[in-house]
Design a protein around this ligand. Structure first.
Ligand code: PLP
Length: 285
């Protein structure tokens, strides 16, 4: 079996890993998580992911195990995984207890690490570009629940993705209540305009993607102008190039926005894809 699950200190295979039906992660999405990939067998940007996990935990008053404990859990899980490269998911739920929303009903948190073989999107999406739809489902406002918290409550994103798929696209792009572009269902979005990158600013209410941050750093180092700001749907539809980022997809070019074709990958996107690929390779050398 190629899936390994570390749960509260023990490692299981996919069939024997079990969480209680009274676990609040299962009942209410009362949990936080991180997803990352390995490169050369090492988790990519592990420090940044664990840092965001801690911030998510602080935001919902959920204690996160120490960095050493989590690093050891990840190392032990990977050591028992047969695949060369893995998809890694670290989950902390508030644990199980009496039924009821009150977080004080929870017992001890449940900590899990899931490792499975890494599966990337099909090569043709990188060669010709994926498609996106700017959907009607609005991103949760920060004052309702801050999208910067990577919680297990993903229905907002699931509904957005379902709408995009119904309309024939690979990924959904959500706007905030003012109609400003926020982010993808599970990605951050960048446009290329006048030779520079623009991506929505964090104040709009979105996940501070680890890949987003890395891409901004790599682009600046390459001398590509970068700006975090406000984008409208028309800015995305009318952009010279568009790409999305996430820990599993890396940098994925967009070849179609709401039915309008885009060059994919365009010249700047290609440059960023190369820089990111080199970054992943350098981790292994
Ligand atoms: C809502 C959302 N935005 C952005 C991202 C991209 O974040 P990262 O680059 O840290 O994977 C994700 C990743 O799953 C996400 O779920």
């Amino acid at each position: 079996m190629s899936v390994r699950v570390w749960m509260n200190g023990a490692i299981y295979d996919a069939e024997s890993a079990r969480v209680s039906v009274f676990d609040r992660g299962f009942l209410y999405g009362d949990s936080i998580y991180e997803v990352m990939r390995t490169s050369g067998g090492e988790p990519v940007d592990l420090k940044a992911h664990l840092g965001r996990l801690v911030r998510s935990g602080e935001a919902i008053a959920l204690p996160v195990p120490s960095e050493d404990t989590l690093r050891e859990a990840i190392r032990d899980t990977l050591a028992q995984s047969p695949s060369d490269e893995s998809y890694l998911r670290v989950i902390i739920t508030r644990g199980s207890g009496e039924l009821g929303l009150d977080p004080d009903l929870a017992g001890e948190p449940t900590t899990l690490v899931i490792a499975r073989p890494l599966r990337l999107p099909p090569a043709e999406l990188y060669e010709r570009g994926a498609s996106i739809r700017i959907v009607g489902v609005q991103r949760t406002p920060r004052r309702a629940f801050d999208p910067a918290v990577k919680s297990g409550n993903y229905l907002n994103n699931i509904m957005a993705l379902a709408e995009a798929k119904r309309r024939g696209a690979n990924e959904a792009i959500m706007c905030d209540a003012e109609g400003r572009i926020a982010e993808g269902a599970s990605s951050n979005v960048f446009v290329v305009r006048g030779g520079g990158l623009v991506t929505p600013g964090l104040e709009i209410g979105l996940l501070a993607g680890i890949t987003r941050e890395r891409v901004l750093e790599l682009a600046r180092a390459a001398g590509v102008p970068c700006r975090e700001g406000t984008l409208t749907p028309d800015d995305v539809r009318g952009a010279d190039e568009v790409f999305i980022t996430s820990s599993i997809r890396g940098v994925l070019p967009i070849g179609e926005v709401d039915g309008t074709r885009k060059p994919a990958p365009g010249p700047i996107t290609s440059q960023i894809m190369e820089r990111y690929a080199t970054y992943l390779q350098q981790m292994t050398s």
